[in-house]
Design a protein around this ligand. Structure first.
Ligand code: GDP
Length: 202
């Protein structure tokens, strides 16, 4: 997969530290601890490309990875962007608000953003913050792929019920696909990969 070739490009504390908009970008967002880092690592087939920073007060960064163009050495076919997890309880209000602005700014203003991957814990379903983010994203028309991760934690029947509930809940919000996913048990990886690759090179 194209995603397996992802390499680290830059960590940015602010939006203006990112390279100017270039090839198509796919960003990953989600509540802290939902399983975003694990999802990125399994999709890129790398052990520690993404890592979650759970240290309170530590600057949370936007990490950007590049997907090398096999036909044009030195050029990127696309980028993966790991956004800081939201809703982390130990972060104080000011820092949280600051990050909401950074996150919101990226999602709203980045012209090269081709699609958004939203990572949710299948056992928690759509949380208030997830709902707010999805509603807020909808008018932009950007496609969203919801990875309902840790699907291995639910037996098959419950898993399918949870997926159906999320699809129903978010059905009105434009171009949105929800799939069961597990980084540890490798569920949904091919489907997610195909979806993301199609955003990068349709
Ligand atoms: P992040 O904060 O969203 O980046 O979350 P992490 O990827 O660090 O995962 C949070 C916790 O959930 C860790 O303990 C992971 O080992 C665990 N986890 C992540 N994905 C899965 C999964 O698919 N299945 C199971 N069982 N555990 C997972």
């Amino acid at each position: 997969s194209l995603l397996h070739r992802a390499t680290f490009v830059i960590s940015a504390a602010r939006l203006d530290q990112l390279p100017p908009p270039g090839p198509p970008e796919v960003c990953f967002a989600g509540r802290s601890n939902a399983g975003k880092s694990s999802a990125i690592n399994v999709l890129t087939n790398q052990r520690r490309l993404a890592f979650s920073s759970k240290t309170p007060g530590r600057t949370r960064l936007i990490n950007m990875f590049g997907l090398p163009d096999p036909l044009a050495p030195g050029e990127w076919l696309g980028h993966l962007v790991d956004l800081p997890g939201y809703g982390y309880a130990a972060v104080n209000r000011n820092m949280q608000q600051e990050w909401d602005i950074v996150l919101g700014g990226y999602l709203r203003d980045r012209p090269s953003l081709a699609g958004v991957v939203l990572v949710m814990d299948i056992r928690r379903g759509v949380t208030d913050l997830d709902r707010r983010l999805s509603q807020w994203l909808a008018p932009s028309g950007r496609p969203v792929l919801v990875l309902l991760t840790k699907a291995d934690k639910l037996p098959y029947g419950q898993r399918m019920k949870a997926v159906a509930a999320v699809r129903k809940e978010l059905a009105t919000l434009g171009d949105l696909t929800a799939v069961p996913f597990s980084a540890t048990h490798r569920i949904g990886i091919e489907e997610a990969t195909a979806h993301i690759e199609n955003w990068i090179s349709p």
